[in-house]
Design a binder for this molecule. Structure first.
Ligand code: GUN
Length: 293
C-alpha cells in the first residue's frame, strides 16, 4: 500500500478558480475589483519570490494587486505611516506586510496597526481572538489551507485524533483551533514534548509545522494516517540541493493513508487562501454577504 498523494496544486487551482468567479460577480455588483496591497521591506530573496507569486495570483484572479517595496533602511515610523494610508484607502480591501521584517522594526507593532478588517493574513490579535471565540474573522492562510485540504481528503473530521507539531501564532495555534472547531481531539506538540513518537502514533491526522527537515519518521505514523507537511526546508546532502518537508516523505508514503508532498502540497494552498480572504474582506467592506467558496 502506498499513500494517496494530496495534490495541493490542483486543490489550489480549483479554489483560485472559485475565487475568480466570485471576483467577477463582485465586480458586476459593485463596479470595482477587490484590492490587495502587499508590502515588502528589504530584499530577502525568499520574500521576493513569495511577493512576486502573490502579485501574479492576485492579477490572475481579477483583483487589483499593488506592491509597495521599501528599502531595508525604512524606519518603523515610515512603515506605520504607509499602513495608515492603506487602512484609509477605500480601494484596498486586504493588506499584507511580508514577514520577516528587518530587525529594527517591531513586527508586532506593525501588525497591530493594520485594520483588522483588512488583515487578510489573520495575524492581528483581534483576528486571533475572533478565531479563539468562534467569531467571524480572518484566519491565517497556511492553517486554513491545511484545514481545507483535510476536508477535501477526509470529509467530516469529527472525532478524529489530530496532532499539530509546532505552536507558532502563524501556523500551529490557529491550526489547532481550526481542528477543534471541526470536532477533532487535538494535541499540540512542540520542542519540549516528551516521546513525540508515541504522541504521533495515536494520531489520525498529523500536521507537521516545526521547520526541521525530515524530523518525523515514517515508522512513527499510525497506518493510514493523513499527513499534512507544512515544512519547507532547504537541504544540501548526498541527494543534492532540494526542498524537503518536516516529514520523511519516502518513509511516510509506505505507512500513511494520504500525504502532502513538498513542494506542491500546502504551499500552493496558502496563496489561494490569501485570495479567498481578500474576496471575503471585499464583500464585508461593501456590506455584501460572504461569498460561497
Ligand atoms: N512570510 C512567510 N509567509 C508569510 C505569510 O503567509 N504572510 C506574511 N505576511 N509573511 C509571510
Amino acid at each position: 500500500m502506498t499513500a494517496r498523494i494530496i495534490d495541493g496544486k490542483a486543490h489550489a487551482a480549483a479554489l483560485r478558480a472559485r475565487v475568480a468567479a466570485g471576483v467577477a460577480a463582485f465586480v458586476d455588483s459593485t463596479g470595482r475589483a477587490p484590492g490587495l496591497a502587499v508590502v515588502l521591506v528589504g530584499t530577502d530573496p525568499a520574500s521576493d519570490v513569495y511577493v512576486r507569486s502573490k502579485g501574479k495570483a492576485t492579477l490572475a484572479a481579477g483583483m487589483i494587486g499593488t506592491e509597495h517595496r521599501l528599502s531595508a533602511e525604512t524606519t518603523e515610523a515610515a512603515l506605520l505611516a504607509l499602513v495608515g494610508d492603506l487602512n484609509a484607502d477605500p480601494a484596498v480591501d486586504g493588506i499584507l506586510v511580508q514577514l520577516p521584517l528587518p530587525r529594527h522594526i517591531d513586527a508586532a507593532a506593525v501588525i497591530a496597526a493594520i485594520d483588522p478588517d483588512k488583515d487578510v493574513d489573520g495575524f492581528h490579535v483581534v483576528n486571533a481572538g475572533r478565531l479563539a471565540v468562534g467569531a467571524p474573522g480572518f484566519v491565517p492562510c497556511t492553517p486554513l489551507g491545511c484545514a481545507l485540504l483535510l476536508e477535501e481528503v477526509l470529509g467530516d473530521l469529527s472525532g478524529l485524533g489530530a496532532v499539530v507539531i509546532g505552536r507558532s501564532n502563524i501556523v500551529g495555534k490557529p491550526m489547532a483551533q481550526l481542528l477543534v472547531d471541526r470536532n477533532c481531539t487535538v494535541t499540540i506538540a512542540h520542542s519540549r514534548t516528551r516521546d513525540l513518537k508515541s504522541v504521533v502514533a495515536r494520531a489520525d491526522i498529523v500536521v507537521a509545522a516545526v521547520g526541521r527537515a525530515e524530523m518525523i519518521r515514517g515508522d512513527w505514523l499510525k497506518p493510514g494516517a493523513t499527513v499534512i507537511d507544512v515544512g519547507i526546508n532547504r537541504v544540501d546532502d548526498a541527494h543534492g540541493r532540494r526542498l524537503v518537508g518536516d516529514v520523511a516523505y519516502d518513509e511516510a508514503l509506505a505507512v500513511a493513508g494520504a500525504i502532502t508532498p513538498v513542494p506542491g502540497g500546502v504551499g500552493p494552498m496558502t496563496i489561494a487562501v490569501l485570495l479567498r480572504n481578500t474576496l471575503v474582506a471585499a464583500h464585508a467592506r461593501s456590506g455584501l454577504p460572504a461569498p460561497a467558496l
